[in-house]
Design a protein around this ligand. Structure first.
Ligand SMILES: Cc1cc2nc3c(=O)[nH]c(=O)nc-3n(C[C@H](O)[C@H](O)[C@H](O)COP(=O)(O)O)c2cc1C
Length: 343
């Protein structure tokens, strides 16, 4: 078992803990928030998936979605679609933007995407995936990786076959979420498939699914010998999770942020939102973030609702700060518990 990390064709991912791509969540402000909360414990971050159609039309929201800060490195940008030529063109745009690597989404279950052959649809059309990998590798010099599910449905589990295609067509790492497309987020993720892939693979294998605490991460490393672990939903409610996992491996007590640190983190997040989006976007985003971080607020369960009724982000934060001060908990640890995983 090792958390020391791995290498994607020259890019060091150390430790082997990756912020998973999450559409609507892992934009640059959120990724920066996670890096600020967990520091060097985050080995790599991945963007939310970006449509190759929109990216190649230089649609503004896609270009914004592709942006990142230097402090996020190493950063992988994930793209999705099914058209071979456009995929190569989009990958070139990603490379020109300075990303460290480009990832091809082969796991998204959304009907409107799979219907057109993209996302998990590529698991049903491995020749197309092979052609995409060939074209993308010919178009860029940064490493190309893929992220898959373990098959389309229980009758077509083909993670090992997909791994073979990935290796033979130049993918430099593979992420695997051990659920089928049909399962969506139901049942538990299968980590046996991660072990089987690790045994068979010549490239790094990064497991994904249901890791919400240090114990879960260490257990997955030990039982699968995978090179890395992706953490998605666990980081939404607990952006300190990466740091806590490293504490667990090094036998330290789990890091516990204070409420002061939480409020400061939210100010930082607001600053990053305002740098990236028009001002009208920040109240909604701040509400989402506050709502996640204020679950189980001690002593005053109404604070979350009151913050969510406000429209000015700085007022939300001032109210939270005043409430913490009033309760005398500003410098007390914030309970992060086991991060919640909700579909
Ligand atoms: C809201 C949400 C959005 C997601 N978006 C993406 C995505 O854009 N690309 C991708 O490869 N996986 C996406 N996923 C899957 C996650 O990367 C991850 O594989 C999955 O959630 C299991 O890991 P977890 O239990 O740590 O969340 C998404 C998951 C969630 C919950």
């Amino acid at each position: 078992m090792s958390l020391s990390g791995f290498n994607i064709d020259g890019i060091d991912v150390a430790p082997g803990l990756v912020l998973a791509p999450m559409s609507g969540v892992t934009d640059s402000p959120f990724r920066q928030l996670v890096k600020r909360a967990s520091g060097d414990a985050v080995g790599m971050v991945m963007s939310e998936f970006i449509s190759i159609e929109l990216l190649t039309q230089r649609q503004l929201s896609s270009v914004i979605r592709m942006s990142f800060a230097e402090s996020e490195r190493p950063v992988a940008i994930q793209i999705y679609g099914a058209d071979v030529g456009r995929m190569a063109e989009a990958a070139r745009i990603v490379e020109d933007a300075g990303a460290d690597s480009v990832d091809i989404n082969c796991g998204c279950p959304a009907p409107k995407i799979v219907r057109r052959g993209g996302g998990a649809g590529l698991l049903k059309d491995l020749p197309r995936l092979a052609a995409i990998l060939d074209a993308v590798n010919a178009a860029v010099s940064i490493p190309v990786t893929i992220k898959i599910r373990n098959g389309w449905c229980d009758d077509t589990l083909n993670a090992l076959e997909t791994l073979r295609v990935a290796e033979n067509h130049g993918a430099k790492a593979i992420g695997i979420h051990g659920r089928t497309r049909m399962q969506l987020y139901r049942a538990e993720a299968d980590w046996n498939v991660v072990r089987e892939m690790r045994e068979a693979a010549s490239i790094p294998v990064i497991g994904s699914g249901d890791v919400v605490d240090a114990e879960g991460a260490l257990n997955r490393f030990a039982t699968t010998a995978c090179d890395g672990i992706m953490i998605g939903r666990g980081a939404i409610t607990n952006p300190w999770i990466f740091r806590q996992i490293i504490d667990g491996t090094e036998g330290r007590e789990r890091y516990q942020p204070t409420w002061r640190e939480t409020v400061e983190l939210l100010h930082f997040y607001l600053e990053k939102l305002l740098e990236m989006y028009p001002a009208k976007v920040s109240p909604g985003r701040m509400k989402m973030m506050l709502s996640r971080l204020l679950k189980h607020f001690p002593g005053d369960p109404g604070v979350r609702k009151r913050c969510l009724r406000m429209e000015v982000p700085t007022e939300m934060l001032a109210h939270l700060e005043q409430t913490c001060l009033g309760l005398g908990i500003y410098d007390s640890p914030k309970e992060t518990g086991v991060a919640e995983v909700a579909a």
